[in-house]
Design a protein around this ligand. Sequence first.
Ligand SMILES: *[C@@H]1O[C@H](CO)[C@@H](O)[C@H](O)[C@H]1NC(C)=O
Length: 515
Amino acid sequence: MEGQYPWASIMKASVVLLFLLCTFYYVKGGKKFKVDVKRTKVYGPGLEPDKIVYPVRYFFIELYNAKGNRIEKSVGKSFTVQVEGETTQGTNCRVWTQILDRYDGSYIVRYRTYQTCRKLLTIHVLYNSQHVAESPYKISGPVYSEDCYCPIGDISSWQELVSCPTSYEQINYDLKNFSEVDFEPVLKEAAKRFNQAGSRSFCNYVIKDNKVYRKCYGQHVGFKMFMDNILHSMLRKMYLPDVEFIINLGDWPLVDPKVKPLIPVFSWCGSEDTADIIMPTYDITEATLEMMGRVTLDLLSVQSNNDIPWHEKKSQAFWRGRDSRRERLDLITLAREHKHLINASLTNFFFFKDEEDTYGPKEKHVSFFKFFDFKYQINIDGTVAAYRLPYLLGGSGVVLKQDSPYYEFFYHDLEPYVHYIPFKRDLSDLIEKIEWAASNDDKVRVIAENGRQYVQENLMPKNIYCYHAALFQEWSQRLKSDVVVREGMEFVPIKENEKRFGDCQCHLLNRHDEL
Ligand SMILES: *[C@@H]1O[C@H](CO)[C@@H](O)[C@H](O)[C@H]1NC(C)=O
């Protein structure tokens, strides 16, 4: 039979082959990974730029196939996004757009507007020139740039608009000792305690009628600029309640809980044996305000910019940094003893200069994005908490975090073995933990992914503003004394580019005419 009908077996073989090819295609590059432009999700605050102003607007794209399943791989540069609109003068408004590939089938789109776009703004999200989800997004209201002074209402109406949480556990904890604050004695006590011979650097701020005033104490007060920047950015968007507070400009938290009366001091870093009120660090805040500007490493960019997939990353721990704590030197010793597990070097000597011969030579900087060529990212305290932790979590590696009494505003949300792998303060179990990670790759990969997810859900620009807003709101309710501009305070005006300021014209829409 076979001999008589050779075509039949050839046909049969072809059918089988075709079937196999189709299955292969389906699994490898076919339907499973075929992007369904209508099911693909596009969401985030950047799609409502007329409602909410951020220095950089951002939204997310998540790929789905026709069956409604997530596609978890990059489709390269198949997306394009155009944001276009008109100024009052009828010219195109200048918008800079970026698409950040997270290399897992999701993308972050962000754009900075350099002018107010008064007439219809359109956001086109295209996949191989097909519109995705509800694209094109047509925004009819004016889209103000970050420079505009256009407060929309009081803090709570802004919180509602942005759907911010109004309460945070960390804030409740930090403020638990301050239910009714009379600021006059607080200030006197602070000046007495912290300002002996200018030993500490801090500023006393007053927000009154949506204007900023301050007086600083101590020798190193340059960091006041970070506080000015976030306050200005907030009062461009909302009317802050009249408040007065003290911000510590130094690294270390200041407030000894055993010394009474307890002084309320805002700080960027907390510790278990102090009682400061914690705000997002100047670093994360500045990266929020200056992204797509002076700052290149921020919580959005760190999620992109390294396309090495997990299984191709080196199964080693990586670390670079300066010598700001003894354990950092100890890490160098460990790395030398376990070259196959740890790649660590100091990039600068300052605190232990006399030990440079032993722990040097210092190595040149490695771009932060390159850190994620390695799977395991070591986080060791510097003088206080290492402010790189949010970036390490947001990147594509897994974090090994040194046990530490120091924390930033969000650390208490994090759980060991969920968001990071802990190791002892004296590094005595670090090698063991790296070896554990190396032999539990699947678990570790989930921890890495949870860390990233945490960042995407909790440390985005929106979240940084929300935390500040909740803190000022809570604080204002506990402040019982009248807020007055004190003698010797300096008015800190919002620096506006006059021309752009004129562009805004939002005063025409406002109930309070602040111009
Ligand atoms: C450590 O990592 C850096 C940066 O990736 C690399 O240039 C260097 O060769 C590594 N060192 C060792 C000993 O593998």
